[in-house]
Design a protein around this ligand. Sequence first.
Ligand code: C2O
Ligand code: CU
Ligand code: CU
Length: 495
Amino acid sequence: MTFALSRRRFVAGSAALLSAGCVRPAWSTGSPASLPIPALVDGINGEPVDLKIRSGQWSFKPGVTTPTLGLSQDYLGPTIRTRRNSELNLHYHNTLSEGVAIHGHGLHVPGEVDGGPQLEIAPGCQWQPSLSIVQPAATCWYHSHTHGKSGEQVYRGLAGMIIIDDEVSDAVELPRQYGIDDLPVIIQDRTFDAQGRLVYSLDEAGEDGWLGETVVINGAISPVARVPAGKVRLRLLNGANARFYIVAFSDNRPFYKIASDGGLLTAPVRLTTMEMSPGERCEIVVDLTDGKSAELLTLFEDEFDEDDNGIVRNLLDRLVRSDKPVPQPSLTLAVDSTLPAHTVPLPDKLATIVRPKETEILRTRDFILDMQDGGGGSHGGHAAMDMTINGAAMDMNVINERVRRGEWERWRIRSNQGAHPFHVHGCSFLIDQMEGAAAPPDQQGWKDTVVLDDDDWSEIVVRFDHPATEQHPYMYHCHILEHEDRGMMGQFTVS
Ligand code: C2O
Ligand code: CU
Ligand code: CU
C-alpha cells in the first residue's frame, strides 16, 4: 500500500522541477474565458434569499456543455452578502430527486440552522433557516453536507460564497467593489470525460481523496479577469474536494494576506507563496498599479517531487528563470486602466484579535484521525479503507463529544496517517500549534480549518457561543470530502 502524502515532506523538501503533471494540459485552446462572477445577492435587509437547488448545464470549456448542479445558477450558487447584527433568511428549495443538506461553513450559528447532515432537505421540499449573523466580517461559504454524498454534490456544483461585512471591515481601506477589485475566486479541480462530463466516483477515489485533473476558477478553465490598475482583493476559497494548493504568482510578485477563514488578520502579511487546504479561505491583496497583468498559479502540492531538497520558493525561482514552460495560470488578472482603481496604501493594522489567557482554557480534548485498511479489499480505493476519528467512524446516532457553551477549550488533533484539513462547525478558533510548531503569522487569525500531519499535534483554542442539541449537533471532520463521506467525522453538542 502506498502512503498518503505527508505534508511535512512537501514543506521540508520539494523543489525539483515539475514533472509533466504540473504543466497541466490546456483544455481550452481558443480565446480564454472571462472569469465568471457569481451573482451578488443582498441578504442584509432580511428579504429571503432564494436558493433553488437544481440541475444545470454549464460550459467549463467553451462550446462543450456539462451536466452540473447549482443553487439558482447552472453551476455553484450566488455570492450572498450579509452583515454582522443582521438576520440572514435563506430559502432553499430542493428540486433534485435526491436529498441535499446545505451547510454554512464558517458561520457562528446554532446547530438547528447549521445545515449538517441531519438537516437533509428531501426531494421537492423546502427549508427556510433564519440565521442571526453575530460574527465579525469574513469570507465564508455554503456547500452540500449530505450524508455520504457531500463529495459528489460539491463536485457537481453545490457550493457558493458568503461575504459578511461589519463596522471594522467598513472602516479599513481595502478594495470592496464586488466583481471589480474585490473578486470571489473559488478554486476547484475537475476531471472531464471525452464528452465533457464530470467524472467522479467515491469508491474509486484514492486514499488522498478525489483529485481532479484540471483547475477551474468559478467554473472556468484559466479565465481572465479585467481589473483596475490598483490594488485588487481576491477572496480565495479552496473549494476542491481533496487538493491542497500552493498559491503564487508566476512572476513571484509579493501579495498581502489580509484575512483567514474567520476574518481579518491583525495586520497584512507579505507573502510570495501560500498553501491552501480544502475548505480554507484566504483573502489577499495584490498590487497591479504597474499595469502589468498578473498570473495566479495554483500548483498541485501533491505533484512536487518529494525527494529533492529545497523549498517552494526555489521552485518558483526556477520556474521563472528556467526555459521550462511555466504552468498554465489558473487565473490571469489583466489590467484595464479605464476601471476605477483603489490606490490607497494598505493599512498597517486591520483588526484586533484577543486570545484567551492560559487560565481561561478549561479543558483539553484529543482527536486522532486514522485511515486503515478495513480488509474489504475489493480494490485499493476508499471503499477498502476505514476512516475514523478517535477510533470511530461517523454514526448519525452517536454524539461523540459534549461541549459546554461559552468555555474555552484546547483541542489537540493529529493524524496516524497522511495530511488532513480538520474543520469544526459553529465557531472560529485560534491555532496554537500547527504540526508541532508555532502558527506562522498568516495563520494567527481566526480559523475554522487547521492542517495536521502524522508527525505532530496541531492545537487549537476554541469556544462555542451557540447551542447545538442532540437532534441538531455540530460536526468536526476532515475537509477532504471523500474522507468525510467515508466516516472521518464526529458529532458534538453544545449546551
Ligand atoms: Cu465545509 Cu462540515 O464543512
Ligand atoms: Cu463547516
Ligand atoms: Cu482526511
